[in-house]
Design a protein around this ligand. Structure first.
Ligand SMILES: [Zn+2]
Length: 422
C-alpha cells in the first residue's frame, strides 16, 4: 500500500507552470531536515473552469520531479471527486479526495442505521478517548442522530472507493475522505462516529478533511475563535489516534486541512497539536500559487503588470459569476474593492502590496485578494496572452511562488517538528 508521509503539502498549480518552483520550496525544507511530501491537487471544478485536463497535472508534476531530482515521494490528487467525475482521474492519480459533503444529511435506510447501532454499542455511554480530558458522553439518541446525518455520506464514500479500487492495482493509491465543503463543522464526537462508519466500509483512509469550526476563506486568514479551533483540532487528533487502534484504520491516518493556505493565525495551534500528539498533517494550499503568478507578473512590470490589471478589471466586472461557486469559502466586502479605474493607474508596487498576503503591510487588501483568488477563469480566457506573460515573467513568478510556500507556509507550520518518527 502506498503510504502518505507524515507531513504533506497540497499544492495547486492551475496553469501547470509552477511545479518546479513549488518543488523548490519543499526541497529547501528537506535541506533543513524537514521532510514534506508535495501533493499536486487540482479539483474537477478547477479543471472545468480552466478547460484543462488531468493528464496535464500529472505531466507537469513528473517533469518537475525529474528536472529537480526530487527523491522523496510525491503524489497527484484527484481533488474533490465523486462518482460522476472520478473516471477522468483514474489513470493519472495516486491520491483521491472523495468528497461526500453533498450527501451529509441525506438519510440512510432505517435498516442500515439500525445495523450500525447494533454493531457499535460501544459508541453509546461514556467513551474514554486518551488525550481528551473528559470522557465523551453520548446517549442512544445523540448517536442515532449523528448516524442518520452521516451514514449515507459514508456509504457513498465506500461506493466511490470501491469504484476506484476496481480500476487500480491493489494498494496503488491513497484515499482521503473530505466533508469540508459544508456549513456546519463536525465535532470530535461526530468524527469518531464517521470514522467508525468508514472503517465498516473497509476504506483504508489515510487522511480525513472535516469542516473545522470558523471560516476558511480562500487565500486569506482564518476567521473565528482561535482558542476554539485549537481545542477542536487537539481533540480531533486524539480521536484519530483512538480510532486507528479501536477500528483498525491505517496507522498513518491524519487530518487534512483544506483551504489551509494563508491561515496564519491558526498555524501555531496546528503546530502545537501536532507536537503534542506526534501527529502528521496534510495541508492543502491550492490557489495561493495562482496569486503568486499575478504578483510575479505585477512585479515584473510592463506587459506582466498590464495582464495583472486586465485580469482584475474583468474579475471586477464579472465578480458575481466568479464568486458564486465559492460562496461558502469567500467573504468579500464590495465597498472595499478598488475600482478598475483606480487600479489601472497603479504602479507595480501598489498592485503587489495590495495582493501579497503580508498582514503587516498597510496596503494589503484581503477583498482584492479574494476576488482575484476566484478570478483564475479570466486568466484562462486570456489564453495565449496569459501563458506568454507566465513565460516572460517566469523569474519573478518562480521566486514569489517558492518564497510564499517556504516562508509563509512551510516554516511556520512545520519547522521545529520531527518529520520522522523515532
Ligand atoms: Zn477542499
Amino acid at each position: 500500500m502506498i503510504q502518505l508521509a507524515k507531513y504533506s503539502l497540497g499544492v495547486g498549480d492551475r496553469f501547470a507552470h509552477q511545479a518546479e518552483a513549488q518543488l523548490q520550496a519543499v526541497k529547501k525544507a528537506a535541506l533543513s531536515g524537514v521532510e514534506i511530501v508535495p501533493v499536486w491537487n487540482k479539483s474537477h471544478r478547477e479543471h472545468t473552469t480552466i478547460g484543462s485536463r488531468p493528464e496535464e497535472t500529472r505531466k507537469a508534476a513528473d517533469a518537475a520531479v525529474k528536472a529537480q531530482a526530487w527523491h522523496l515521494p510525491y503524489h497527484v490528487d484527484a481533488d474533490h471527486i465523486n462518482l460522476d467525475t472520478v473516471d477522468g482521474y483514474l489513470a493519472i492519480s495516486d491520491f483521491f479526495t472523495i468528497d461526500v459533503a453533498d450527501s451529509i444529511g441525506k438519510p440512510a435506510s432505517d435498516q442500515k442505521v439500525n445495523e450500525f447501532l447494533d454493531r457499535h454499542a460501544e459508541l453509546v455511554g461514556k467513551i474514554e478517548v486518551p488525550g481528551i480530558a473528559n470522557p465523551l458522553s453520548t446517549t442512544i439518541a445523540t448517536v442515532t442522530e449523528i448516524v442518520r446525518r452521516y451514514l449515507y455520506a459514508v456509504q457513498q464514500a465506500g461506493d466511490i472507493f470501491r469504484h476506484i479500487q476496481s480500476a487500480k492495482p491493489d494498494g496503488s493509491f491513497i484515499t482521503e475522505v473530505s466533508m469540508d465543503e459544508t456549513d456546519d463543522p463536525q465535532t470530535p464526537l461526530e468524527m469518531l462516529v464517521i470514522l467508525a462508519a468508514i472503517a465498516d466500509q473497509g476504506i483504508p483512509i489515510q487522511t480525513i478533511a472535516p469542516k473545522f469550526t470558523g471560516r476558511f476563506n480562500k487565500g486569506v486568514d482564518y476567521v473565528g475563535q482561535v482558542s476554539q479551533f485549537a481545542k477542536e483540532f487537539d481533540e480531533d487528533l486524539a480521536v484519530i489516534s483512538y480510532v486507528v487502534d479501536r477500528y483498525n484504520l491505517p496507522k498513518n491516518l491524519k487530518l487534512s486541512v483544506h483551504s489551509g493556505s494563508d491561515k496564519f493565525s491558526i498555524y501555531d495551534s496546528i503546530k502545537a497539536g501536532l507536537r503534542k500528539h506526534n501527529a502528521g498533517v496534510h495541508v492543502k494550499t491550492a490557489g495561493t500559487t495562482w496569486l503568486e503568478e499575478l504578483i510575479g507578473m505585477a512585479e515584473a512590470g510592463g506587459e506582466g503588470l498590464q495582464v495583472a490589471k486586465t485580469i482584475y478589471r474583468a474579475a471586477h466586472e464579472n465578480a458575481e459569476q466568479l464568486c458564486n461557486p465559492y460562496a461558502s469559502v469567500i467573504d468579500i466586502d464590495w465597498s472595499q474593492l478598488p475600482s478598475p479605474e483606480v487600479t489601472d493607474a497603479w504602479s507595480s508596487k501598489q498592485y503587489v502590496d495590495s495582493l501579497r498576503h503580508d498582514p503587516k503591510c498597510e496596503q494589503f487588501n484581503p477583498h482584492f485578494r479574494q476576488l482575484l483568488h476566484v478570478g483564475y477563469k479570466i486568466a484562462a480566457q486570456l489564453g495565449e496572452r496569459y501563458l506568454d506573460a507566465l513565460e516572460s515573467c517566469q523569474e519573478s513568478i518562480a521566486r514569489n511562488v517558492t518564497e510564499n510556500l517556504y516562508q509563509r507556509h512551510i516554516k511556520p507550520l512545520f519547522f521545529g517538528l520531527e518529520s520522522r518518527d523515532a
